[in-house]
Write a protein that binds this ligand. Structure first.
Ligand SMILES: [Zn+2]
Length: 69
């Protein structure tokens, strides 16, 4: 299994095989794998910079095309 990094602070998470949870020694989060995936999805949606850039690019393209008329 690859190393997981903390969704909160980015530190390496330690897997606790007894409780099947990931623990962060940086900020103290303690998450199951499902919770980790859910948080990652949420953070990814909130900070999707590439999607924002694409939207700006298409706005620019529309402006450029309309100014050529
Ligand atoms: Zn952390």
């Amino acid at each position: 299994m690859p190393e997981q990094s903390c969704p909160e602070c980015g530190a390496v998470l330690f897997f606790d095989s007894q409780t099947k949870r990931y623990a962060c020694k940086g900020c103290g989060v303690y998450l199951t794998k499902d919770e980790l995936v859910n948080i990652r999805d949420k953070l990814h949606k909130e900070t999707d910079e590439s999607r924002k850039k694409r939207a700006q690019h298409s706005e620019y393209l529309e402006w450029w095309l309309s100014s050529k008329k």
